[in-house]
Design a protein around this ligand. Structure first.
Ligand SMILES: Cc1cc2nc3c(=O)[nH]c(=O)nc-3n(C[C@H](O)[C@H](O)[C@H](O)COP(=O)(O)O)c2cc1C
Length: 205
């Protein structure tokens, strides 16, 4: 598939056929993710491929419990909002596979020669660790399209980041960044229209 075609075809898929995704395909997606650009070429990522149904359900349950514990506001929309968000944060439990994207602190060149600490440099550079994660996650999404899978990026489960890190037994130098749910699409949603190019650019000549 042409790259442009994959970019144009990609849309978030959240319902999947209950067929397993072969491990070789998931590994290929991770290989393509790892070719993304990263800050100082540190390649700060590690990926966990999760297909264990019990673990996925337990993870989703933690997210649900957390959402239940957040007090609703007084608005009429409150209960709808909560159940909608719950679905968007937990549908991964029915995905044939979930890739957890984890990142470690990169070492910047500046760190070796100045008194600023890592977190301050990262802040001043506008979080290149998070930017690197975005680049590799987009590669997973496009690789999934190219391989005829559907995928969806998830950050909502991060509301229970520390709990999930424990459940996934993350090495302490890594932090969870996001998830990508993957499977053969049960239903491919209609692609949402994008804002027009003229609306989103400003040209400085
Ligand atoms: C950083 C980020 C976080 C996202 N988190 C979630 C999420 O937690 N749950 C979800 O269902 N979709 C999530 N999405 C998918 C977006 O909702 C989706 O990309 C957006 O609605 C545009 O639709 P499209 O991907 O079909 O073009 C996330 C996307 C991004 C880029």
């Amino acid at each position: 598939m042409e790259l442009k075609q994959a970019i144009e075809k990609r849309t978030s898929v959240r319902t999947y056929k209950q067929e397993p995704v072969p491990l070789e395909d998931l590994k290929e997606m991770v290989r393509l993710a790892s070719l993304a650009p990263s800050v100082a070429n540190f390649q700060p990522w590690n990926f966990i491929i999760i297909t264990n149904r019990n673990l996925l359900r337990d993870m989703a349950r933690k997210v649900t419990r957390h959402l239940e514990d957040i007090p609703a506001n007084e608005s009429r929309a409150a209960s709808n909002v909560k159940s909608q968000v719950e679905w968007f944060a937990t549908f991964f439990q029915d995905a044939p596979a979930l890739i957890a994207v984890t990142m470690e602190d990169y070492e910047s060149v500046l760190e070796k020669g100045v008194v600023l600490d890592h977190d301050e440099i990262n802040r001043q550079r506008n979080y290149p660790d998070i930017q690197s994660a975005g680049a590799c996650i987009q590669n997973i999404l496009l690789a999934a399209v190219d391989m005829n899978y559907g995928a969806c990026w998830l950050s909502a489960p991060m509301m229970v980041k520390e709990t999930l890190e424990e459940m996934l037994q993350l090495d302490e130098k890594f932090g969870l960044m996001a998830f990508v749910a993957i499977g053969k699409p049960e239903k491919v949603p209609v692609k949402k229209p994008a804002r027009s190019v003229d609306e989103i650019i400003r040209i400085i000549e």
